[in-house]
Design a protein around this ligand. Structure first.
Ligand SMILES: Nc1ncnc2c1ncn2[C@@H]1O[C@H](COP(=O)(O)OP(=O)(O)O)[C@@H](O)[C@H]1O
Ligand SMILES: [Mg+2]
Length: 373
């Protein structure tokens, strides 16, 4: 059925190692995100799964079937691209009906009819059989495009075009839906509403979906699980919560949400806690360091900030506010502590004053929220 397994996938273009040794096991019905910076190999992975690219090495399974030698159009994958890749001279209905009609003609007989269909559709004469007409209209209703059925796709907004692309992919009832940065060309507001639309449709249909994005917020808010890629490798795989609360490297900590990352040296123990020396001060952490030289990772929201005398207790760092920025419901402070600039996020409470630049502040961090990587 619709699970996808990728084993030891290697893809080399002349001289470029695009995929190093990628392994993925994607469950049937799962919404799975491939996340990573530009050039890390997301599209290549996707194209190998879809059959547009031949792996240099490794195996790909869709369900139990090994698909390495199966052509793209027989793999039962639906694709949605960043660029939509719609037929600009065809209307919405014909775009969605196109592949269904081709499939129907293939079923009925020799390929000459396909050429006739292509010719007719170019002259806008082609008519779909009633069952295809019905199916396409159902899908268009579903993605709220039925009123636009006769519009050329070139006359639609970006969001509408992307919904046509989605409808066209879903029309074939694929076992797997592959989406490569489908929302990147949309503005922020539309992107947010399309995220919700795509997720709802995916849950409704229970279709296995692989979603490629470089946008961590997108991956984290939509996916059941996320594989973070870097330089052709999957460097961490897990649920959004796992990645956020237990990053295995400073790269992940920084890429998935924002983090303060400082180099330090472990200089001793205080009970369960490691004492880490930074430039000018020490910090304690309950995480177990692998080496003496560590990267100290602290999420901005895990630091408390207070003025002057407010803070009793241990683990206090003194600093000065450089900048305070409203980010909607939170306020971010950039606080100078010696040679460092520390990001601190606090929930904005109306009525409570925001510390201005220049204010002397004290920061506290719970040692349980200091990661040593
Ligand atoms: N057709 C190609 N020929 C040569 N190099 C390629 C080709 N396609 C991709 N690459 C290289 O492979 C690497 C991964 O690319 P890609 O999978 O497109 O990354 P992403 O989608 O994560 O941005 C990059 O270094 C890219 O330049
Ligand atoms: Mg890409």
């Amino acid at each position: 059925m619709g699970s996808v397994t990728v084993k030891n996938l290697i893809k080399q273009y002349d001289g470029v190692m695009a995929l190093n040794n990628v392994n993925l096991e994607i469950q049937e019905g799962e919404f799975f995100a491939l996340l990573g910076p530009s050039g890390c190999g997301k599209t290549t992975t996707m194209r190998c799964i879809a059959g547009f690219e031949k792996p240099t090495n490794g195996e790909i399974f869709i369900g139990k079937q090994k698909v390495n030698d199966i052509p793209a159009n027989k793999r039962n994958c639906g694709m949605v691209f960043q660029s939509y890749a719609l037929f600009p001279h065809l209307d919405v209905f014909q775009n969605v009906a196109y592949s269904l009609n081709i499939k129907e003609l293939e079923k009925r007989g020799p390929g000459t009819k396909i050429k006739t269909y292509a010719r007719m559709i170019n002259k806008k004469l082609a008519k779909s059989p009633p069952e295809i007409e019905k199916k396409v209209m159902e899908i268009l209703e579903y993605v709220e495009l039925a009123p636009y059925r006769n519009r050329l796709t070139s006359e639609l907004s970006g969001g509408q075009q992307q919904r046509v692309a989605l409808a066209r992919a879903l029309a074939m009832e694929p076992a797997v839906l592959l989406m490569d940065e489908p929302l990147s060309n949309l503005d922020k507001k539309l992107r947010n509403s399309m995220r919700a639309t795509i997720r709802k449709i995916q849950l409704d249909l229970g279709i296995t979906t692989i979603f490629v994005t470089h946008d961590q917020e997108e991956a984290m808010s939509m996916a059941d699980r996320v594989a973070v890629m870097k330089d052709g490798d999957v460097i961490q795989l897990g649920t959004p919560t796992e990645l956020y609360s237990n990053p295995k490297s400073a790269f992940i900590a920084d890429f998935v949400g924002s983090s303060n990352i400082f180099k330090g040296s472990v200089i001793g123990q205080d009970g369960e806690r490691s004492i880490v020396q930074l430039d000018g001060f020490q910090i304690r952490s309950t995480s177990i360091p692998k080496n003496k030289e560590v990267e100290v990772v602290i999420r901005p929201e895990n630091i408390e900030i207070a003025l002057g005398e407010e803070h009793p207790g241990d683990d206090i760092l003194e600093g000065k506010v450089l900048m305070s920025t409203y980010l909607g419901s939170i306020v971010r402070y950039d606080v100078e502590i010696g040679p460092y600039i520390v990001m601190v996020d606090t929930t904005y409470q109306s009525g409570k004053s925001v510390y201005p630049p220049g204010a002397n502040v004290k920061l506290t961090v719970d040692p349980e929220k200091v990661f040593l990587l």
